[in-house]
Design a protein around this ligand. Structure first.
Ligand code: TYD
Ligand code: MG
Length: 460
């Protein structure tokens, strides 16, 4: 028997090295080099992957003039539901490889199974390396859609998967998940860098050569990145990410890479007892209609991708019970919160240094849009002074280090959405007034340029 060949792979960037080292020479990460068993495949092995592939190495491509290339011989596959359609840029492109990441239990398998079941006229093969056929059946019953065109395969070996694919000839393949699949040509364990990379490469070739789109579910690491080497994201055409808090019902479907569409799109889903439902009017849901105004609440007109979204921000400011005041935040970057609080302290003279500050964004949604800053600070001020902000007011502006109120992108869209939802006043930055036709809107626009002015205009 020949000696086993091993090599070291960086678990972060996928670099291969002959020797172990404490630090990856390529990406500079520490303690990421892991030994994996290798077996070099022979050329002949690889040709037998699937039959469509056999003559491939003999074909030589000719260069073509750009004008002569026909656009889209194969139209996009229309997927059910406008959220997914929009996120994918108008449907699934034939032959594309889509990576779908998210935390465990967030609903990745549910969304993919729902897609498979709803595509009634398209033969779908759902390959699961994680769940048994019975478990998938139970989930399908829960979702409650029946179709004759969905095939379930419980398998983890790529060669066996390709044999089944040849038999069934699916028009779309779902792999749940890439970390559980392994190929016989690499000997390391499933989920290791070399396995994930090889399996992805095989599905990539399959997708390219047969024009069948492949959706691959991928796990993410505890710091929120897709598990596996970074090259994985380079290899695929589209990277989708499912976000949200498992304890809340709302889920955000974001697209972080898309070769066939914009990455600014976003979809919102709601996890219900019978699967994921689309949310078409998110703003209405994320705002609570209270009988009496409460202190510590402010509404932000934010933008998620291309979509205006009104979100409730909540703050609780109280005297610190222990020596060091706490700052805690759900759905908002904690470092940015500390910075904003420092601005309040230094520029506006509010003494928050000895107070606990807790922040919460409604619905378990994570917001990255800086347009939420002003609403957040107003919620903090409102809680600190115990003065409620009237419910017909919302905010859309960023706050700078000097306490200036900075402009945000697509202000018209935000104002229109606020107006549509019945708000009567919106606070924006005075720098945003340029080119803005105020007469155009019925809602009262209050332009401010400094944090101090906001407090005066809000509470008098
Ligand atoms: P799942 O799709 O298994 O998550 P992932 O594949 O991302 O790990 O979803 C699991 C969670 O979704 C589980 O906690 C139960 C919940 N769920 C519902 O609330 N309703 C449903 O109809 C289904 C199918 C799941
Ligand atoms: Mg799953």
């Amino acid at each position: 028997m020949s000696k086993l060949k091993t090599s070291y792979f960086c678990q972060s960037c996928g670099t291969q090295a002959a020797k172990w080292s404490g630090k990856c020479n390529s990406c500079g990460e520490w303690n990421t080099m892991v030994e994996e068993v290798l077996k070099k495949e022979t050329k002949n092995d690889r040709l037998q992957l699937f039959s469509g592939n056999k003559s491939d190495n003999l074909r030589s491509n000719q260069s073509v003039k750009l004008q002569e290339i026909g656009v889209s011989e194969y139209p996009r596959i229309q997927v059910p539901g406008q959220e997914l359609t929009r996120v994918l840029g108008g449907g699934v492109v034939p032959g594309s490889l889509v990576l779908f990441g998210g935390e465990p239990g967030i609903g990745k398998s549910t969304l993919m199974l729902q897609l498979a079941l709803r595509l009634k006229n398209i033969r779908v093969l759902y390959v699961s390396g994680e769940e048994s056929e019975q478990q998938i059946k139970m989930r399908a019953e829960r979702i409650g859609i029946t179709t004759e065109n969905c095939f379930i395969l419980q398998e983890t070996n790529t060669q066996n998967i390709f044999v089944q694919i040849e038999k069934i000839e699916p028009q779309l393949v779902v792999i749940d998940s890439i970390q559980t699949i392994h190929t016989a040509y690499v000997e390391s364990s499933p989920g290791s860098v070399s396995q994930v990379r090889e399996c992805t490469a095989e599905f990539l070739r399959f997708a390219n050569e047969t024009n069948v789109p492949v959706f691959m579910i991928g796990h993410i690491t505890k710091d929120g990145n897709l598990a596996g080497p970074k090259v994985l994201e380079h290899m695929v055409d589209t990277v989708l990410q499912f976000e949200g808090d498992r304890n809340h019902i709302y889920r955000l479907l974001r697209v972080t890479k898309n070769r066939f569409g914009s990455t600014n799109e976003m979809g919102i889903y709601e996890m219900s007892g019978d699967g994921l439902k689309e949310v078409n009017n998110p703003s209405e849901i994320l705002i609570t209609n209270r009988q009496t105004p409460t202190s510590g609440v402010a509404i932000a007109a934010t933008l998620e991708g291309n979509r205006p979204l009104l979100i409730e921000t909540q703050a609780l400011v109280s005297t610190a019970a222990y020596g060091t005041p706490q700052r805690s935040s759900t759905g908002f970057d904690l470092r940015r919160l500390s910075m904003l609080l420092a601005v309040l302290e230094k520029r506006c003279g509010f003494r928050l240094g000895a107070k606990d500050v807790f922040i919460n964004i409604a619905g378990g949604i994570k917001v990255e849009d800086p347009g939420i800053d002003l609403a957040l600070l107003c919620a903090v001020l409102s809680s600190n002074e115990d003065l409620a902000i009237p419910q017909n007011i919302c905010f859309a502006a960023e706050v700078g280090l000097t306490g200036e109120i900075r402009p945000v992108s697509r202000i018209e869209q935000r104002i229109s959405e606020a107006q549509k939802l019945g708000f009567e006043k919106i606070f924006i930055s005075s720098y945003n007034l340029k080119g803005l036709n105020i007469q155009h809107f019925k809602i009262e626009i209050i332009a401010v340029s400094k944090m101090e002015d906001v407090f005066v205009k809000l509470f008098g």
